[in-house]
Design a protein around this ligand. Structure first.
Ligand SMILES: [Zn+2]
Length: 203
């Protein structure tokens, strides 16, 4: 009986090979800290060039004409790469996450939230962490193109940028790559970016 790890080209349609080559690979830094996520095709090149070593083969094998290639799911760079911590880019999902999926005007938790620009865009309001909050449809409609003060509404909390989290970009991959978890530190209790945050596909 074949298992997942014994896949070869012969029994994998071409589409399957393309799928394997595009699968996600966790790249660890020289010191084993997660660095980024790449695709199998790039990871194979790094391995072949000796720039990285295989840590986990979680993607089976590819049968080439003369050799059987192990397909990595985790590799580690041979050298240490300095990585500056990037500020968190503002996305809809992350604003909702920061605000606990709660309307910042009435406090209602909702799955149907909208983004509200505290100082409206047409009045020069920026698309920045300190000017964008989660708002329910009702509150957003009521506030319309006004400032909270003009609309007689109050923000529950002052919006600020979340603290940069070096592992933020990895969370959405963890649901589909259980074996990667051991390379990450345990999340802080009560962290808005816990493992089962709204980004994962853990189901
Ligand atoms: Zn509301």
């Amino acid at each position: 009986m074949r298992t997942m790890d014994k896949r070869t080209v012969e029994d994998t349609p071409r589409q399957g090979v393309v799928h394997i080559l595009n699968s996600a690979v966790l790249v660890l830094n020289g010191n084993f800290e997660p660095l980024n996520v790449t695709r199998v095709r790039r990871a194979l090149l790094l391995l072949i060039r000796g720039k990285a070593e295989m840590i986990e083969n979680g993607r089976g094998y590819l049968q080439a004409e003369t050799a059987r290639l192990e397909v990595p799911s985790v590799i580690r760079l041979s050298s240490y790469v300095r990585r500056p911590i990037q500020p968190l880019r503002l996305t809809r999902r992350d604003v909702f996450l920061r605000d606990g999926n709660t309307c910042q005007y009435c406090g209602k938790t909702s799955r149907e939230l909208t983004l509200d620009h505290v100082l409206p865009r047409h009045r020069g309001g920026q698309n920045t962490w300190d000017n964008v909050v989660a708002a329910c449809v009702r509150c957003n409609h009521r506030k319309a193109g006004r400032t909270p003060r003009e609309a007689g509404m109050h923000l529950l909390t002052e919006p600020v940028a979340p603290r940069p989290n070096p592992y933020h970009t990895f969370y959405r991959f963890l649901g589909a790559n259980e074996s990667w978890r051991k390379f990450f530190p345990e999340p802080r209790r009560g962290s808005a970016h816990g493992w089962n945050g709204h980004e994962g596909s853990a189901s």
